[in-house]
Write a protein that binds this ligand. Structure first.
Ligand code: ADP
Ligand code: C5P
Ligand code: MG
Length: 209
């Protein structure tokens, strides 16, 4: 009886604690997540990075689809993305039981992402809040074009970026508004220097934890 109670308590305390990280393409989500990981006990999972890795994985059934969606700046069907996220979270927690705090970067990006999360993760993870890096489209595009000089990414070019910005405005902005209405949005002005942005992020995370 006592053992079972202890087991239940342990499982409850081990429920993944999630912070979603949103913002336009190039707003600095990845840069800030890397800095957060250095200072706080979070694991950073970028949906885009996971999709790019899956695209290259030998034997992947979804490689071609992911490739074309990324170039077109479209959002990949959530069945693919949620499986990658779920697997990455499980592997992290299996390797180290104490690692239950996650920054999930670039997700949920549309209604389909949101529904997929609800279907697979509701009750299995707590979404604490959403960290939103607010940055003008113009600055976002400039940063991506600069990154494109060395990133090797197929979507850091003007043609793909126009489509990515359209997708962001049409599909992601309503998700951000939804979280704002729920009182879950924590907005940071991401147009400033990396260190200035991080100073705000630190203040915010210190208040939340
Ligand atoms: P995201 O993950 O949101 O697409 P990244 O973190 O990859 O954005 O940043 C996009 C590009 O902009 C990278 O080349 C990065 O070095 C640069 N960058 C990130 N944050 C800033 C900032 N605050 N000021 C200037 N450049 C930045
Ligand atoms: O976040 P990042 O800029 O790395 O995303 C690159 C691309 O990966 C997106 O433009 C989109 O094609 C794909 N992606 C997706 N679904 C997500 C996150 C990224 O389809 N939730
Ligand atoms: Mg990124």
């Amino acid at each position: 009886m006592l053992f079972r109670l202890f087991g239940t308590l342990l499982r409850v305390s081990m429920k993944p604690q999630v912070v979603f990280v949103l913002g336009g393409p190039g707003a600095g989500k990845g840069t800030q997540c890397t800095k957060i990981v250095e200072t706080y006990g979070y694991t950073h999972l970028s949906a885009g990075d996971l999709l790019r890795a899956e695209r290259c994985r030998e034997g992947s059934a979804d490689g071609q689809l992911i490739d074309s969606y990324i170039k077109e700046g479209k959002i990949v069907p959530v069945e693919i993305t949620i499986n990658l996220l779920r697997k990455a979270m499980e592997e992290t927690m299996q390797a180290d039981e104490g690692k239950c705090r996650f920054l999930i970067d670039g997700f949920p990006r549309n209604q389909d992402n949101l529904q997929g999360w609800a279907a697979v993760m509701d009750g299995k993870a707590d979404v604490r809040f959403v960290l939103f890096f607010n940055c003008s489209n113009q600055v976002c595009v400039e940063r991506c074009l600069e990154r494109g000089k060395s990133s090797g990414r197929t979507d850091d070019n003007r043609e793909s970026l126009e489509k990515r910005i359209q997708t962001y405005l049409q599909s992601t902005t309503p998700i951000i508004q939804l979280y704002e209405q729920q009182g879950k949005l924590r907005t940071v002005d991401a147009s400033r220097s990396v260190e200035e942005v991080f100073a705000d992020v630190k203040n915010l995370l210190d208040r939340e934890s």
